[in-house]
Ligand binder design. Structure first.
Ligand SMILES: [Zn+2]
Length: 148
């Protein structure tokens, strides 16, 4: 990397080399044409103006990046909450629990305490909390066919 007086300061401050490529190419060209010790004031002014513009651009991008990271984090927690909410599907007054593949566990869950409910084949599903479903185990497969 060519050393140019006053140039290394803004180069180091930048996090993204891409925005400096044009400037670095310009510096390389100057050094080849004039030698590293001879850079005219107008070139230095140009370099300073470019550096200032790039520093502002970097600051803007860093601010955008911070805002976007915050937004992604917010959306990720919203999505996690939605996923937890959608773990159960309510149908005919009972809850059915989704598997990760989108199908359902072959069980009925109490909508109050989200514990699995019991049925002795003929009697409706019921929970220890007092809740009971409007269907029994013998109907489970047909009830579950109606699930989305
Ligand atoms: Zn219950």
């Amino acid at each position: 990397m060519p050393q140019v007086a006053g140039g290394s300061a803004f180069y180091v401050r930048c996090h993204s080399r891409i925005y400096f490529m044009g400037l670095i190419e310009y510096l390389d060209k100057l050094i080849v044409e004039h030698g590293s010790s001879v850079i005219a004031d107008k070139h230095r002014d140009f370099i300073r103006a470019q550096a200032a513009a790039l520093e502002k651009k970097v600051a803007d991008l860093e601010a955008d990046n911070t805002a976007l990271k915050k937004r992604v984090s917010h959306l990720e927690s919203e999505l996690a909450a939605q996923t937890r909410l959608k773990e159960f599907e309510e149908h005919r007054g009972a809850f059915f629990k989704r598997k990760p593949d989108g199908s359902y566990h072959l069980a009925v869950y109490c909508p109050r305490c989200k514990q699995s409910a019991n049925s002795n084949h003929m009697l409706p599903y019921s929970c220890s909390c007092g809740w009971s479903a409007g269907f029994a185990a013998w109907e489970l497969k047909s009830v579950m066919k109606e699930l989305p």
